[in-house]
Design a protein around this ligand. Structure first.
Ligand SMILES: [Zn+2]
Length: 336
């Protein structure tokens, strides 16, 4: 019988026993853009048992340079990234169970997805949600592998609840992790490098080779040929609100989250409401105000020089402005 994992099993630290463990693991991928594409593809090819993907966005042309799961057709059809990724990943390895959610990642939406999850993979582009993941990971005692990249730089760090310092503890010593804005651009090798670190740590965790785990925070700048391993072991604080002796998990407070937010570097504002949209009905109504495109997941309309996209879960993206006020005005003109 042809064994698709033969090369991976020949690798001594994995072997047959490790492959069996890998096949039983369930990963929650938070975000499915560049880092999500790269990590998800490697994990699915490696033969994990289950992958749950959550992403709020749909595929655009500016993604294709580095988001390796997507195609031009996905852009033309405005397919949500979670759905496009699921389709592509299923074609790569149909043995892996894949669940896709087109949703904003918030503490509220993520909690129900944590059942039987062995690992949370950070593939977001948003610092606030990283802090939420940091709280979730500690409250639910699930490891979290962080990754971020910008320009030609990247960083990765593995958080083990009750063992390593958490993201909150590291804030003082790693201000670079605050650089979440994509306005300086990014080259795809930086993405692949971060994902290589993340997926490798994931494989070590899956086969329980804990001694091999990196423990240090890794940062690099591929363009400027710089690599650093930062020992952060002493950063853990007893008073930390997330991993300290009396945790309060401040970023799991629902009121902490905003209703509208400017998406950094994208000239886009997201508005979140409590009402779910009936896509078909909305598409019919919007046809009276401008050209409409629709698919089973979203409807978009061109209106007054802006492009407004409504998702089933109650979110709207207003492309063409960085002003929340303008975005809200446009939004209310369309859906009152
Ligand atoms: Zn901490």
């Amino acid at each position: 019988m042809i064994d698709r994992y033969s090369r991976q099993k020949q690798f001594k630290p994995i072997g047959d026993a490790g492959q069996k463990k890998i096949s039983e693991k369930h990963v929650l991928m938070v975000g499915c853009g560049a880092l999500g594409s790269a990590n998800a593809e490697m994990l699915v090819r490696a033969g994990i048992g289950k992958l749950t993907i959550i992403d709020r966005d749909y595929v655009e042309y500016s993604n294709l340079q580095r988001q390796t799961l997507f195609t031009e057709q996905d852009c033309l059809d405005q397919i949500p990234k979670a759905v496009a990724a699921k389709n592509r990943l299923h074609a790569i390895n149909s043995m892996v169970k894949i669940d896709a959610y087109v949703m904003d990642a918030t503490s509220e939406s993520l909690f129900p997805l944590l059942d039987n999850v062995d690992l949370i993979m950070d593939a977001t582009d948003n610092f606030d949600i990283r802090l939420t993941l940091n709280d979730l990971t500690h409250k639910s005692n699930i490891p979290l592998i962080m990754g971020s990249c910008v320009g030609s730089m990247g960083m990765s760090y593995t958080i083990l609840p009750n063992e390593t310092p958490c993201l909150q503890c590291l804030l003082d010593i790693t201000p670079a992790m605050n650089a979440t804005c994509d306005s300086v651009g990014i080259i795809s090798p930086a993405v692949q490098m971060v994902a290589a670190h993340q997926t490798t740590e994931a494989l070590k965790l899956f086969v329980e080779d804990t001694e091999a785990l990196r423990t240090k925070l890794v940062t690099f700048d591929l363009w400027n040929n710089q690599y650093h391993m930062i020992n952060v072991a002493r950063a853990k604080k007893d008073t930390c609100p997330t991993c300290g002796n009396e945790p309060s998990y401040p970023h799991l407070n629902y009121e902490f989250q905003t209703k509208s937010e400017v998406l950094c570097g994208r000239n886009t504002v997201q508005i979140r409401s409590n009402r779910a949209y009936e896509i078909e009905t909305l598409a019919g109504r919007l046809q009276t105000v401008g050209p409409v495109k629709t698919n089973p997941y979203l409807v978009s309309v061109e209106y007054k020089g802006y492009r407004i996209v409504f998702f089933r879960d109650g979110r709207a993206l207003i492309h063409g402005t960085n002003s929340k006020e303008i975005a809200k005005t446009i939004y209310y003109q369309l859906v009152g």
